[in-house]
Design a protein around this ligand. Structure first.
Ligand code: SF4
Ligand code: SF4
Length: 409
């Protein structure tokens, strides 16, 4: 049985923005329309009760709640405060338990009062902003099509003043200039930026993957990585730090694959679901028919999607299983593997980008740290890995060839 330490609570199912790439509303699943707009008190009572049972059964000492939506601030301050206090009460009921809170907001409604409320309840704030004003206002628009950049930028400054930290997530726009993106974010005095790759599947990937496919995501990430790597006053980019740690052996497959990093979703009506980005795979795709009212949290493992999610790095296609950089890439995120023809039995739609990007980081680290133990880390060649993976995908290699080829990389 996998143990998780975190729940994502969808406290609002609607949003004041209408971002064009949003998997909640704009990628083919409109089941949000059947959801109550806000989580109810009864559902919160059930969440608290079932989480308490889960914590006690698994003797957990820490547990995290991430408030999410839609836009969680739409719930309003009073209701939000009540929810936090109800959950926080778990610390009085379970000995030595420490509860932590995060919130992911688009920032538009974040004012002084919200900031104070979150600060005094120790709710860590994550804000979504896209890399530059042009990019942000192209995708992150309100229901009238107006960009939200200025409002979000003010919210970030407010949070920074209040909490002395600003952590943001940014959906990558590969049409932007990486240097401009880096400088634009740095000017905001941000502490960390998590760069996200858009939730495309094999069915809606906007680039034609023929022989001329030139890996726009890898090109963007490589340029950004080099700028960041050279910068002596850099902000944190967790995706880069994560890859460096794995390549240098400070983190390994088990760390990356740890279910401590995974969360369950509780929808506003109490439905228990695995990761919400899978909404991009189709209508009602994430539905498990399990509700916190009638089920324990562990019920997620009875659903095939839940079980797949908690095993996502073990259940990969044959190409990924034998890929020379599998222990770094892990086959990509589930949503990126999906194809209507054969479900998740595919490499990531970003496979070639990941190969190119990982080769670059590993080779760059070897250049910068020539004393690295070469028996542990060797130079990678993009063309060799791609050729090997393509052959392997067609299952034309026998084991001898496979071994031989691996040795030449
Ligand atoms: S702010 Fe978030 S939830 Fe709202 S539309 Fe944009 S991506 Fe979706
Ligand atoms: S690089 Fe491609 S083949 Fe290798 S693990 Fe990642 S998605 Fe799979």
């Amino acid at each position: 049985m996998f143990i998780f330490h975190s729940l994502v609570l969808k406290i609002a199912s609607r949003c004041n923005l209408n971002c064009s790439y949003c998997f909640m509303y704009n990628l083919g699943d409109d089941s949000f329309k059947k959801q109550p707009k806000f989580i109810s008190e009864d559902t919160i009572v059930n969440v608290v009760e079932k989480t308490k049972n889960y914590i006690i059964k698994n003797q957990l000492k820490t547990f995290n709640f991430l408030f999410h939506g839609g836009e969680p601030l739409l719930l309003g301050k009073n209701k939000f405060r009540e929810i936090v206090l109800k959950i926080k009460d778990l610390e009085n009921e379970v000995k030595n338990l420490q509860i932590s809170f995060n919130i992911q907001t688009n920032g538009v409604l974040l004012d002084e009062e919200w900031c104070q409320l979150l600060y005094e309840n120790q709710v860590e704030i994550g804000i979504s902003i896209d890399s530059t004003q042009a990019s942000h206002d192209k995708y992150r628009v309100d229901h009238k099509g107006q960009g939200s950049y200025e409002a979000v930028k003010s919210a970030i400054q407010l949070v920074k003043r209040k909490t002395k930290r600003a952590d943001v997530i940014t959906v990558m726009d590969v049409e932007e200039n990486p240097l401009f993106v880096y400088e634009s974010l740095k000017k905001m005095n941000i502490d960390s930026v998590n760069f996200l790759i858009k939730d495309f599947t094999h069915n809606n990937f906007p680039f034609k993957k023929d022989k001329k496919y030139n890996q726009p995501y890898a090109n963007f990430l490589i340029e950004l990585f080099d700028i960041w790597f050279e910068d002596k006053e850099k902000f944190d980019i967790p995706i880069f730090v994560g890859y460096i740690n794995v390549i240098l052996g400070f983190a390994n497959f088990d760390d990356l694959n740890s279910n401590e990093l995974k969360s369950l979703i509780i929808e506003t009506n109490g439905e228990i679901e695995p990761i919400d980005s899978l909404k991009a795979c189709g209508q009602e795709f994430t539905k498990t028919n399990k509700n916190i009212k009638d089920n324990d949290l562990e019920a997620i493992f009875e659903s095939s999607l839940g079980s797949l999610y908690f095993n996502e790095s073990m259940q990969v296609c044959s190409q990924c299983k034998d890929c020379p950089i599998f222990e770094i890439c892990l086959g990509g995120r589930l949503v990126h593997r999906f194809d209507k023809k054969n479900g998740f039995d595919n490499p990531s739609v970003y496979c070639e980008d990941m190969v190119k990007f990982i080769c670059h980081i590993q080779n760059r680290l070897l250049d910068v740290f020539p004393d690295i133990d070469k028996t542990e880390i060797e130079r990678l060649n993009y063309n060799d890995i791609i050729a090997y993976n393509h052959l392997n995908a067609k299952k034309k290699l026998d084991n001898e060839n496979l071994k031989k080829y691996k040795e030449t990389i």
